[in-house]
Design a protein around this ligand. Sequence first.
Ligand code: PHE
Length: 454
Amino acid sequence: MKFYNQRESWKSRIGFISAALGSAVGLGSIWRFPYVVGQNGGGAFILLYVIFLILIGFPILVSEIVIGRTAQSSPYGSFRILGRNKIWANFGKLSIFTGFIISSFYSVIAGWMLGYLIEAIFNNLHFTSSIDALNHFHNLSSNPFWSVGFHFIFMMLSILILFFGVRKGIEAKSKIMMPLLFLVLLILVIKGISMPNSFKGIKFLFSFNFKQITPAGILIALGQAFFTLSLGQGTMITYGSYLSRKEDIVRSCFPVVLLNTIIAILMGVAIFTIVFSNNLQPQAGPALIFETLPIVFSNMKFGTFVGILFFTLASLAALTSEISALEPIISYLIDEKGFSRKKASIFSGSLAFLIGIPSALAFGLFKNYKIFGENFFDIISFLSVNILVPIGGLLAVLLVGYRWGMKEAFDNMKVDEKDLFHHKSLLKKYFYFSIKFISPILIVLIILNLIGIF
Ligand code: PHE
């Protein structure tokens, strides 16, 4: 089979891992994970989420990387080349569309992080009660100038970084950022655990009450597992296309899944120890971390500094994710439409900014415009993260498992005698069963379940 020419690639495995980690670790683990855990009953939801990561997430990550690396193309080109017809090519377009939609509202929340960074710098995050912290958040997020303004600034920063191309733009930052983020989370975890009644938070996170799991909760756990690994939306296919053929895919992907999960769990521990020691509501939703973290920053030595550091890192983590959500459409415009990287970056970023505006206004001006009782932000994030993303993941495994073929995929994963595939046939079986049966069947059942058919 003929493939595209070898394109620009990461300098090393570490280069790929830091970029993929930069994409995975972001608002999904820092902001979304705690609040969906809080809304869906704690421990049982986390268990489900981890099971989905192992059974479906990791194998799909590996599938997407091998798709991209083999085809050496954007998600559209990859689906077209390996799917060998128009229908599959259009499935590739769908995943590009999903990433693009996600990038539009992702930038809104990332804008909140930037805005809170400014608050932290001006020492505005000192609160004696959580009600004050929550009111402060509501005042800011409902202010159209604040929310659209920071959405704009964040998108401009993303476009600037995208200008510079894949390597220079992304690779360097993750290496410094991840260890620092780890450190700050550890500080928050220790602080959280040392608060009175913090054990209740730990209990909430690690005891399993399966009665609280609803069909929607199952779908949300699945969506979160995909979202946090940047799956189902073309990102990892695109990143795979920049991974050198000399690298072992499994070894390159495993650290991404592991570290990303550890960061999410640490964040959960920090947030829920604070929630339970301050008698707050775990179900606070998107406001959760903005209501809880300032309480800790107000109550600790060097709190202002830790706050500044936290929101700096959260903004940077969001930035490396945002650029990875936009990268599929950019690589599509470059590969298929002949755009220059500059033109493609400006075009996609500006359009995503415009489409994100209603999400930015959903917490203020447009608060009362509701469809099925939900605001614009909730709807677009639910549809993309919980419906489009699992469908994107499903299409990737169907492509590998049934259209392109497992044998071809496995052949393209082999590197040399030292790679994991030569010796560990158990590993091969695990990927085989997951990609061929477990993932597609579970995803279809969960979606049917939600619609009420199953
Ligand atoms: N994985 C990112 C996060 O957890 C979100 C993301 C989604 C990034 C889609 C790229 C594409 O924050």
